[in-house]
Write a protein that binds this ligand. Structure first.
Ligand SMILES: CCCCCCCC(=O)SCCNC(=O)CCNC(=O)[C@H](O)C(C)(C)COP(=O)(O)OP(=O)(O)OC[C@H]1O[C@@H](n2cnc3c(N)ncnc32)[C@H](O)[C@@H]1OP(=O)(O)O
Length: 284
């Protein structure tokens, strides 16, 4: 089944509008979780109860940025304030035209994946993604995103805590980059290197640029840089630079924890994508 994209989303709401956003995640097929929940796809059609107020400055910035998918959803100040009051920080990013978000809940920084993507979903997602990949001539190995951190991530006054930043970039590197772009199975952090060049201000728009610089078998070397402001400026210096080595667990480990092993190798071959050494689809 082809995944829905923001472009071909159906006109009729698929979701019960009386449900609060995100409450129905568990009842949806995996691909819809990605497209409508995890994805920042809360179009006004799907959340008609939301007040149609002023767009949050973050969204205005996003809308004006050619690097980011234009979001149609009226993400209002009230909504943002309500979520911020719950300690939620949110980041959006786009991979191959699909939007994803990372949700931080309070200081514990619980990414949405923990909540919405159960371990057993991984194999289904990987299989679906491998099928998708077979249809795509050239997967994207870098992506941009934007979002903000709230006060629950505070370290130095007005700035983000270093641990929250490390957790965030680990999440982006581990899931956003390795998990999605390698499209095989979840990758674990083996090494993580974070350089804090400047403080990350709370509340302001923070832009991220992430990707994979190298893939070799089970190993991948993703990077993620954070910048101030939503607009892409070629010469802007990053606030945060991070990189790591992520390793897909050996198959026997996956089998032990009850996860179906899927390497995507067959699909890759069919699609002409090499898996190692940056061949084929791994080319940046
Ligand atoms: C659902 C949410 C997803 C988001 C997840 C975000 C990412 C995370 O936070 S994961 C949690 C934190 N990380 C962990 O808990 C990982 C714990 N560690 C492990 O599970 C294992 O060590 C694991 C799976 C990473 C690697 O295990 P294993 O494959 O047995 O390791 P091992 O074979 O020794 O090493 C793998 C490769 O890395 C290389 N390597 C090992 N150490 C290093 C190092 N320090 N530097 C460079 N290379 C190294 C090895 O040489 C080997 O390479 P090759 O296969 O080419 O010989």
């Amino acid at each position: 089944m082809a995944l829905l994209t923001p472009v071909d989303a159906p006109a009729a709401p698929l979701l019960d509008p009386s449900d609060p956003p995100f409450a129905y995640a568990h009842n949806l097929p995996l691909e819809k979780k990605f497209e409508y929940l995890v994805a920042v796809q809360p179009d006004a059609r799907y959340f008609p109860r939301l007040p149609s107020g002023t767009l949050h400055p973050v969204l205005i910035e996003l809308l004006s940025s050619p690097d980011l998918l234009p979001l149609k959803h009226a993400w209002t100040n009230e909504e943002r304030k309500g979520r911020a009051a719950n300690g939620q920080s949110r980041f959006y990013f786009r991979v191959d035209g699909r939007m994803f978000s990372v949700l931080f809940v309070k200081r514990a920084v619980r990414p949405w994946v923990r909540r919405y993507l159960q371990p057993s979903d991984w194999s289904a997602y990987a299989a679906e993604d491998a099928r998708r990949r077979a249809e795509e001539p050239k997967p994207t190995l870098e992506f941009w995103g934007a979002g903000y951190f709230t006060e629950f991530c505070e370290g130095p006054p007005g700035f983000c805590h270093g641990g929250s930043i490390a957790t965030f970039v680990d999440m982006i590197l581990g899931f956003g980059t390795s998990g999605i772009l390698m499209r095989t199975q979840p990758c674990r952090t083996l090494t993580l290197n974070v350089t804090y060049k400047q403080g990350v201000p709370l509340g302001g728009v923070i832009r991220l640029h992430a990707g994979v610089s190298r893939i070799e078998g089970r190993k991948s070397w993703p990077y993620c840089n954070l910048y101030a402001g939503a607009r892409k400026e070629e010469d802007a210096k990053p606030l945060i630079m991070s990189e790591g080595l992520f390793v897909a667990p050996r198959n026997e480990y996956l089998a032990r924890v009850g996860m179906e092993v899927h390497t995507g190798a067959k699909d890759d071959e069919a699609a002409g994508h090499g898996k190692g050494g940056g061949k084929g689809g791994s080319k940046l």
